[in-house]
Design a protein around this ligand. Structure first.
Ligand code: BGC
Ligand code: BGC
Length: 598
C-alpha cells in the first residue's frame, strides 16, 4: 500500500461529509453515521435506503486502484437497539438493563441489535458503553449499566458476546468497548472532564468492563474524551486521546488487546496543540482509526506530511492500518458486501419477537421504590397524567432517531407504544383518559391514577446537571410536580412513574404518590410498563417487580458527603415483599449544592 492508501485506511468520516466517490478517491478505511445522520438526511428513510447507501460505499471502496482492495467499514451508535433507524424497536437504555441484573437477557438484546444493524448493511456498533459512573450529574449516566464495577464487567461480557456472536457470520457486528478509560469518573460528573483518582483505582473500577469485553473478544475500543489526573503521584496526564501509556502500554501491552482503537468524534482535536484535523500525538499514542467526521481531507493531508517529516513513524501507520485490516478480515468484510450478501431482512427491525424481547427487558428493568398498596393497579377506569405519558421521545431519551433525542414526535416512532397507548391497549381506550397537566379533570371518577414524571431527552454535555445545581427533579421540571399536585391526595391511588436517565431527588414526588416506580428510559415498548403496573383480570399481580437499583439514589437535593443515600444500590421492592415508606423529608429547594468530593 502507498502512504496515501495507508493514511486513507486509518481515516473515518461521517456520511454527511463524505460521498462514495470520496471513499474511492481517498482510499477511506471507514465511515460512520453520527447520532442523527441518516441516508439522504431523511429521518424517515427506509431499511432499503440504508442498504443502498451501504452498498454504494462498499462498492466504491472495492473499485479503487489499489492492487488488493480493502472494503470500507461503517460504524453506527446502536446503543439501545439500532437507534438511528426509523421504525427500529428501541430497548431500555443501559441504566435500565443494569437494573434488570440479567446478563443472559443482555446477550439476547445484543444479538437482536446485531440483527437490526446487519439488516441495514452495517457491521459495526459503537457499543457498549462501559462507564462506571460515580456522579449522576453526568449527562451520560443512562449509558452506564451500573456504578458497580463487577456488574459492568459481567454485562460487558454478555453484551459483547451478543453483538459479535460468531464473528464473520451474517448476524454478527463488531462491538466497541467505550470510552477508554475513566469516562464515568470525571469530577462532578462533568462530560469530557477530568477523572481524578489513583492509577490503581482506574484499573479496579473504571477498567472493569474492559476485562469482560476482552474476555468476549471485543474487536474495537473507543478512546474517552476525558482526562486523567493521578491523585497518588499528582501527575496530570491530560486528555486520554494523547495518552500513550494507557492506550498502548496498558491496553495493548498489559491487557493484550489486539483489535483496533478508534478515537471519539473530533476527540483528537482536544489534545493540547492539536486541531480536529491534525494530531500526530494521538496517532503516536496508539489511536489506529481517527474519527475525523468533517475534516477528514485535511487530516489525510496533514498526516501524510507528519509521516514525511517523521513526526509519525511509518511503522506506526503500518501497525494502525494492519490492525484495521485484520479486524475487517475477521469480520468477514472481505468476503462480500454486507448489503448485497446474505443478511437479516427488514422485519428484524421491529418483528413481534424483537418487540417481545424489548418488552421483557422493560418489565425486568423497573425498580419499585414505594408501594403503599396501590400496586398492582386494579383494572378499572384510569386517569393518566404527566407530559411523559404519551411521549415516545421522553420514554426513549437521547440517542433515539436523533443524537439528543430532540426534534422528534411520538408519531416518528411507528411500531411502538407510549405508556398511554399501552394502557389503552390493555384496558380498552374508553377506560383510560389522559390529561397532560392534570387540569380540568374530576379525579373522583377514576379508580386509579398513573402519573408520569419525565426528564426531557438529552445526550452528552447537554445532559449534565452542572455543579452546584440541585438534583431535585421538580426544580428542573416544575410542571411534573404541578400536575401531580392537581390529582394527588383526593382519595384515588396515584402511581407515579419516573422516566429519567439517572437517579434524581424526588422526595416531593414520592410523598404525593401511593406508589413510585423508577422506570429509567424504557424505549419503545410501553406494554412492558403496563404489564407490571396492571393487575391481572382476577386482581392478582400479573408480573412482579424484579429490578434493583444499579446506582445509589440520593436522599436530598444534593449528593451526600458520605453515605446517606435514600435507596442504596441493590434496593428495590417487590409486590410480594411490600414495605411502606413513610413521609420523606421535604425542604425548600436547594439553590446551590455544597462541595462534592467526586
Ligand atoms: C453527531 C453525534 C456526535 C456529536 C459529537 C453530532 O453532530 O451527530 O454523533 O456524537 O456530534 O459532538
Ligand atoms: C460519543 C461517542 C459516539 C460518537 C459517534 C461521540 O460524541 O462520545 O460515544 O460513539 O460520538 O457518534
Amino acid at each position: 500500500m502507498t502512504l496515501e492508501q495507508k493514511v486513507g485506511q486509518i481515516t473515518q468520516a461521517d456520511i454527511r461529509s463524505v460521498t462514495p466517490d470520496d471513499v474511492r478517491k481517498y482510499y477511506l478505511g471507514s465511515i460512520l453515521n453520527g447520532g442523527g445522520a441518516w441516508p439522504g438526511m431523511n429521518m424517515h428513510g427506509s431499511v432499503d435506503d440504508w442498504l443502498k447507501l451501504s452498498d454504494e460505499y462498499y462498492r466504491a471502496s472495492m473499485s479503487t486502484d489499489m492492487a488488493v482492495k480493502v472494503p470500507v467499514i461503517w460504524g453506527t451508535d446502536a446503543v439501545h437497539g439500532h437507534n438511528n433507524v426509523y421504525g427500529a424497536t428501541l430497548f431500555p437504555h443501559n441504566i435500565g438493563l443494569g437494573a434488570a441484573h440479567d446478563p443472559a437477557l443482555m446477550a439476547r438484546i445484543g444479538h437482536a441489535t446485531a440483527e437490526q444493524i446487519r439488516a441495514t448493511g452495517i457491521t459495526w456498533a459503537f457499543a457498549p458503553t462501559l462507564a462506571v459512573v460515580q456522579n449522576p450529574r453526568w449527562g451520560r449516566t443512562y449509558e452506564s449499566y451500573s456504578s458497580d464495577p463487577a456488574e459492568v464487567r459481567a454485562y460487558a461480557e454478555a453484551m459483547v458476546a451478543g453483538l459479535q456472536g460468531q464473528l464473520g457470520s451474517a448476524t454478527s457486528v463488531l462491538a466497541t468497548a467505550k470510552h477508554w478509560l475513566g469516562d464515568g469518573g470525571t469530577f462532578h460528573g462533568q462530560n469530557e472532564g477530568v477523572t481524578q483518582t489513583t492509577e490503581a483505582n482506574l484499573y479496579r473500577t473504571h477498567a472493569a468492563g474492559y476485562y469482560g469485553a476482552l474476555a468476549a473478544n471485543v474487536q474495537t475500543v473507543m478512546v474517552s474524551y476525558s482526562s486523567f489526573t493521578d491523585t497518588a503521584t499528582g501527575r496530570a496526564w491530560g486528555k486520554m486521546h494523547g495518552n500513550a501509556y494507557l492506550n498502548t502500554d496498558v491496553l495493548r501491552g498489559r491487557l493484550g488487546f489486539e483489535g483496533l482503537v478508534v478515537s471519539d468524534w473530533n476527540g483528537i482535536g482536544q489534545v493540547p496543540g492539536c486541531t480536529n484535523w491534525h494530531c500526530p500525538q494521538a496517532i503516536n499514542a496508539g489511536i489506529d482509526l481517527a474519527m475525523v467526521p468533517d475534516d477528514w481531507k485535511k487530516f489525510i493531508a496533514w498526516t501524510i506530511e507528519d509521516v514525511q517529516a517523521r513526526r509519525i513513524p511509518m511503522s506506526r501507520i503500518d501497525e494502525a492500518a494492519a490492525r484495521i485490516i485484520a479486524v475487517k478480515l475477521r469480520s468477514g468484510l472481505f468476503d462480500r458486501s454486507p448489503a448485497a450478501g446474505p443478511h437479516p431482512g427488514a422485519e428484524v427491525m421491529s418483528s413481534p419477537s424483537v418487540r417481545e424481547l424489548a418488552r421483557e427487558a422493560v418489565r425486568k428493568s423497573l425498580v419499585l421504590l414505594k408501594n403503599d398498596g396501590a400496586l398492582p393497579l386494579k383494572r378499572g377506569r384510569i386517569l393518566v397524567v404527566g407530559k411523559g405519558a404519551d411521549s415516545l421521545p421522553m420514554q426513549s431519551g437521547g440517542w433515539s432517531l436523533t443524537w439528543q433525542g430532540d426534534n422528534t414526535k411520538t408519531s416518528d416512532f411507528p411500531n411502538a407504544d407510549s405508556l398511554l397507548a399501552a394502557l389503552r391497549k390493555s384496558l380498552g381506550s374508553t377506560n383510560v383518559d389522559y390529561s397532560a397537566d392534570g387540569t380540568g379533570v374530576d379525579v373522583s371518577r377514576y379508580s386509579g391514577i398513573v402519573m408520569v414524571a419525565a426528564e426531557k431527552p438529552y445526550a452528552e454535555t447537554a445532559g449534565d446537571i452542572v455543579f452546584p445545581a440541585s438534583l431535585r427533579h421538580s426544580s428542573r421540571y416544575p410542571e411534573d410536580l404541578a400536575a401531580l399536585d392537581r390529582v394527588s391526595g383526593k382519595g384515588v391511588p396515584v402511581v407515579t412513574l419516573l422516566f429519567s436517565g439517572r437517579p434524581v431527588a424526588a422526595n416531593d414526588l414520592m410523598n404525593r404518590s401511593d406508589a413510585f416506580v423508577a422506570a429509567f428510559l424504557p424505549g419503545t415498548e410501553g406494554l412492558g410498563l403496563a404489564d407490571v403496573l396492571l393487575a391481572a383480570p382476577d386482581g392478582r399481580a400479573a408480573y412482579d417487580f424484579t429490578g434493583r437499583l444499579s446506582f445509589d439514589w440520593p436522599a436530598g437535593d444534593c449528593l451526600p458527603q458520605q453515605g446517606g443515600y435514600r435507596f442504596p444500590r441493590g434496593y428495590g421492592l417487590s409486590l410480594t415483599r411490600p414495605a411502606r415508606l413513610g413521609p420523606l423529608p421535604e425542604s425548600p429547594p436547594t439553590m446551590a449544592c455544597p462541595p462534592e468530593s467526586r
